[in-house]
Write a protein of this length. Structure first.
Length: 102
């Protein structure tokens, strides 16, 4: 298990060179904040500024073990211990089959 973001960042280098993405095996991993969203009852919750390593070719995102655990704890606590940074209005659309005309 990675002990810190710095150790996770350092793991993206071998012998001073960037590590290639495990998924596409072409892109280099770079440190970049990401965001995720999940449903909490009838509401959608967005968590942003998550430290991660992101493939610059395919977009695959990697988070450190401790970051994943922290995200699980945030979800498990029902987000009651923390206030929201802001609220956003999200459009909700019904799926329309492209084969049908309206």
């Amino acid at each position: 298990m990675k002990e810190s973001l710095q150790e996770f960042h350092d793991a993206a280098f071998v012998d001073g060179k960037h590590v290639l993405c495990d998924r596409c095996e072409q892109g280099l991993l770079t440190e970049q904040p990401i965001q995720t969203a999940f449903w909490r009852g009838e509401g959608l919750v967005v968590i942003r500024n998550i430290p991660a390593m992101v493939c610059q070719t395919c977009g695959e995102e990697y988070v450190a073990d401790l970051t994943a655990i922290a995200l699980d704890r945030m979800r498990g606590n029902g987000l009651t211990a923390m206030g929201s940074a802001e609220r956003m209005i999200v459009p909700v659309l019904d799926y329309v089959d492209p084969g049908t005309s309206e």
